[in-house]
Design a protein around this ligand. Sequence first.
Ligand SMILES: Nc1ncnc2c1ncn2[C@@H]1O[C@H](COP(=O)(O)OP(=O)(O)OP(=O)(O)O)[C@@H](O)[C@H]1O
Ligand SMILES: [Mg+2]
Length: 248
Amino acid sequence: MLELQRLAKRAFNQEPSKSPYTFCNITKTIEQAERIALIGASGQGKSTLLRTISLLNMPDEGEMSFDGVAFREVGPRNWRKQICYVAQQAVMLPGSVEANLTISSKLHGRSFDLKLAERLLQTAGLSGLDLKKNARDLSGGEMQRIALIRALLLRPKVLLLDEITASLDTVNTKAVEQLLAQWHADEGTTMLWVTHELEQVTRTCERVWFMSGNTIMEDSLATAFFTRPSTDAGRTFIGHHVSEEVQP
Ligand SMILES: Nc1ncnc2c1ncn2[C@@H]1O[C@H](COP(=O)(O)OP(=O)(O)OP(=O)(O)O)[C@@H](O)[C@H]1O
Ligand SMILES: [Mg+2]
């Protein structure tokens, strides 16, 4: 169970007319195996919130604990063994695809599960990929899937997924969604998933956090949010998306 208490991150530029926070006052409990979609307009702080939860950025205020242990007691390195962020812009380490896949097991002192890696590559539509290839020569969509598989091989308890299908075509987007659905069924991993594809939310997550006004404005079942948002900001957000999708 992940607990966030009054979590806040101050904004870089403290303009008097604007909120001093990128996000603030986030108090939430996420139970094991929950799948939550984090949605909201561009620039609301979704990526910053995920990066803060994974301690790639330190929170400026508030507390976080995982299974009852506060983040300050654990330290970022051990925290990130359990709570893993998969970035919006996939970062490949120097070297081959294989080196990128084996690195996390080396760092965490675990043996590399080749069978699992091959199964994940196949399910993600990457079975033909030459593992000796330089990882930085991959396409954006290939990098995103390798970064996801690299994270899964760590078997984290919580996955923080940041627009991980943004560079993928429909077929591969569906392949990644299925891979994660199966992973969730097998491992019971908790997922907090940022996406701008609202149809993806209903396919993949049961719960929605809608970010607006520098905080989580709505927290509801996905079906409830999409049929009847409870705030004006939520209604406007959905209205924009519906009208965009209806336009030719
Ligand atoms: N470490 C940080 N501390 C405070 N603010 C930050 C930090 N990193 C980024 N920001 C600010 O947070 C704001 C929101 O950026 P963020 O990338 O989190 O938005 P987002 O909701 O993920 O947007 P998008 O949907 O376009 O990806 C930006 O104005 C950015 O400058
Ligand atoms: Mg983002």
